[in-house]
Design a protein around this ligand. Structure first.
Ligand SMILES: *Cc1c(COP(=O)(O)O)cnc(C)c1O
Length: 399
């Protein structure tokens, strides 16, 4: 057990925040596959459901796996510590957003472009409740008490960041709530509660899972009443995480900080090199810089938001998200680039240890067709740079 009252760093918490739930001698947490758990053999310990609040029960006691189970409970214990709020896990990022909207049931939601799937969840609510969508930057007067601002930051697909504090102040000035979808900047990179978020959402499928093999979602809140309601709602929504997924999730969280730090550094190094090459004054003909300038149109990433540094360096003091986007000179270049790369796999999703690139129009109908999204993995960034330059060269030489 971790010593009490001892402030621990994030990696220590990722390895020990679930110590109290470790009721076996196994060093590696076992996977529990049971859906149902025996009640106590001692009749005096039996508590009928009418007298029981599942939310307050001992975290090592389980009844039925739609309520709680050992592996998801350990996953949530670690995330509660890392996110600085009580974490509730779900079967996917979108089922977490669904649960957030069931909790708050807003009449209006202000939202930007961002991840297209979140708009799909909102349209379900529009059908059921008449939920009205507003522009993210709508005048504050359009928001009323109980409404929601949904801020995705850094935002999909560009990887550029928004000022959480400014949106929190705007929401709170109207009695509305701020949900932050922080999927692109997991803990250590960004702490949304510190800047006024009411609810933090993550697609855990991305960095929490981190190995492209777990689908899950997470909500975190610092309000006990909300945590209790979310827990009770999830019993009836039924959107719990599977045992296998949460077992993999615990395995993955142990290395979250080192993975994300390295991925963030890799991404920032690549972005800085690409953008430097793109803007190099009169490069020598046939140099790498000249090739970049013939192939590439623009680079998007929070590290390039020089005009926002006054708030950005406060809100993301330890580095920027590991996802960035580029636009190519032509749609044809964008379509062909993935086929010319050795270390970037052409696939959707992000956050895994392996670098992915996606011609984003393959899965999002709303984006510029010249845009590619890159999720930087753990390869050595110099190899990724070389791979990109070689591919750009082949494109402009039409090989
Ligand atoms: C992937 C993603 C989601 C949806 O998560 P799922 O786990 O796929 O349901 C939501 N928001 C963002 C920013 C995402 O990247």
């Amino acid at each position: 057990m971790a010593p009490a009252n001892c402030p621990m760093g994030p990696s220590t918490r990722a390895l020990h925040a679930d110590d109290a739930l470790n009721v076996v001698s196994d060093v590696a947490p076992p996977m529990h596959v049971a859906t149902t758990f025996r009640y106590s053999d001692n009749p005096d310990d039996l508590v009928p459901v009418a007298d029981l609040s599942g939310y307050d029960q001992e975290k090592t006691t389980h009844i039925y796996s739609r309520l709680t189970a050992p592996n998801p409970t350990r996953f949530e214990a670690i995330l509660s510590s890392l996110l600085n709020g009580e974490a509730i896990s779900y079967s996917s990022g979108l089922s977490a957003l669904h649960a957030a909207l069931v909790l708050l049931n807003p009449r209006r939601i202000a939202i930007g472009n961002g991840y297209h799937g979140c708009h799909g969840v909102i349209s379900l609510f529009t059908r059921l409740t008449g939920l009205q969508k507003l522009d993210l930057d709508c005048p504050a007067e359009q928001l009323e008490a109980g409404d929601v601002i949904h801020l995705e930051t850094p935002v999909n697909p560009e990887g550029t960041a928004f000022n959480i504090q400014a949106y929190a102040e705007k929401a709170h000035s109207r009695g509305a709530y701020l949900i932050v979808d922080g999927t692109f900047a997991p803990p250590f990179l960004q702490e949304p509660f510190q800047w006024g978020a009411d609810l933090v959402m993550h697609s855990g499928t991305k960095y929490f899972g981190g190995h492209s093999d777990v689908l899950c979602g997470v909500l975190a809140t610092q309000r006990k009443d909300w945590a209790r309601q979310l827990f009770q709602d999830r019993v009836y929504l039924g959107s719990v995480m599977g045992n296998m997924e949460s077992w993999l999730g615990v395995r993955s969280l142990r290395t979250l900080e080192v993975r994300v730090q390295r991925q963030s550094q890799n991404a920032t190094s690549l972005v800085s090199w690409l953008n430097g090459a793109l803007h190099a004054p009169s490069p020598a003909p046939d140099s790498d810089e000249a090739v970049v300038q013939r192939a590439l149109e623009q680079v998007f990433h929070a590290s390039l938001q020089k005009e926002d540094e006054s708030w950005l360096l406060k809100q993301m003091p330890r580095g920027f998200g590991p996802v960035f986007s580029i636009t190519m000179k032509t749609e044809d270049f964008a379509r062909k680039l993935p086929s010319k790369l050795a270390f970037f796999q052409h696939a959707t999703s992000l956050g895994g240890v392996e670098t992915l690139i996606e011609w984003r129009t393959m899965s999002d109908a709303t984006v510029d067709r010249r845009l590619l999204r890159i999720s930087v993995g753990l390869e050595n960034w110099e190899d990724l740079r070389q791979d990109l330059v070689t591919a750009f060269r082949e494109l402009v030489e039409d090989k």
